[in-house]
Design a binder for this molecule. Structure first.
Ligand code: NAD
Length: 296
């Protein structure tokens, strides 16, 4: 069993950490929120007084933080985790952050004599609780090999996507496609409504035809056809529109930095910005159908 420092005990981090405890790992946990630290102790972790303390004398450090700026500020510099941790600590950053920051941080980890992988996840809070997350991993082969048994406790599908930053690249490419396909699916239903075509009929046909995609078959944005989709519970997230906007902004930023041309990804970012700006950022991202019907 490993000793693990876990930093960032929010909606995702807390259940991921609990799965490490259930598997028998010893966890030193830290979050800026005292409530989160108390809940971690109740679950069986030892609370650290700072991120730095959580990273002292452990085999592995897992971070699950909001964005790249948080990851940088926690890891780098004289007061950062790379300076505090013992030599050759394995760092697993599961936060969704920009590719450029992931690569900078990975290089700094190597310079400091540590192993580092970026390992963002898909699967949401439900997947974090059930231990069925998908991990998209970027980093060196030996770091990936060391991380696999830890990731397997928190996830079901673990894919090594390539060198440093490639986990984040996979995450934003996937989520950009998801944002675009959700908007397309909503547009198809909104058009069907105007044309007098029943939701269920469109679903029965499109879910078996060339228009089928995950947004249609698993997460259908209208109530009825897929019982488990958020449309059946007034678009309660699920995957919040604000989170989708975050990932689409990362995709736009990555495209600008790399010269990729993503007209639909950029348009999706603008449409989700409108939805979030209208006060619906907490709704599930499939709730964008209201806006696309012109009823936001
Ligand atoms: P969250 O806001 O619930 O949790 C983030 C936690 O980090 C908070 O508890 C906050 O107090 C803590 N934190 C911030 N700065 C800190 C610091 N310097 N030191 C210690 N703790 C600090 O967010 P979340 O939903 O758990 O998401 C975490 C990451 O996972 C994000 O990057 C998000 O994009 C990604 N993600 C989220 C989901 C989801 O469905 N929620 C799905 C996939 C990926």
């Amino acid at each position: 069993m490993a000793s693990v420092g876990f930093i960032g005990l929010g909606n995702m981090g807390a259940p991921m950490m609990r799965n490490l405890l259930k598997a028998g790992h010893a966890v030193k946990a830290f979050d800026l929120s005292e409530t989160a630290r108390k809940a971690a102790v109740d679950a069986g972790a030892v609370a650290a007084v700072s991120a730095r303390e959580a990273a002292l004398d452990v085999d592995v450090v897992v971070t699950m933080l909001p964005a790249g700026a948080h990851v940088k500020s926690v890891m780098l510099g004289e007061a950062g985790l790379f300076a505090a941790a013992r030599a050759n600590t394995l760092f697993i950053d599961s936060s969704t952050i920009d590719v450029a920051t992931a690569r900078v941080v990975a290089a700094e980890a190597t310079t400091a004599g540590h192993a580092f992988i970026d390992a963002p996840v898909s699967g949401g809070v439900g997947g974090a609780e059930a231990g069925t997350l998908t991990f998209m991993v970027g980093g060196a082969d030996d770091a990936f090999a060391r991380a696999e048994s830890i990731l397997a406790v928190m996830g079901k599908t673990i894919v090594h996507a390539g060198g440093p930053g490639n986990g984040q690249a996979a995450k934003i490419c996937n989520n950009m496609l998801l944002g675009i396909s959700m908007i397309g699916t909503c547009e198809a239903f909104a058009l069907a409504e105007k044309l007098g075509l029943d939701h269920q009929k469109l679903f029965d046909i499109a879910s078996k035809s060339s228009g089928q995609c995950w947004s249609m078959t698993t997460y259908c944005p209208v109530p009825g056809p897929v019982a488990t989709s958020p449309a059946n519970r007034d678009y309660k997230a699920g995957f919040a529109a604000a989170m989708m906007l975050k990932d689409l902004k990362l995709a736009v930023e990555a495209a600008q930095g790399s010269g990729a041309v993503i007209p639909l990804g950029a348009e999706a970012a603008q449409l989700y910005a409108l939805m979030v700006g209208s006060g619906e950022g907490g709704l599930d991202f499939s709730g964008i159908i209201h806006m696309l019907r012109g009823k936001a």
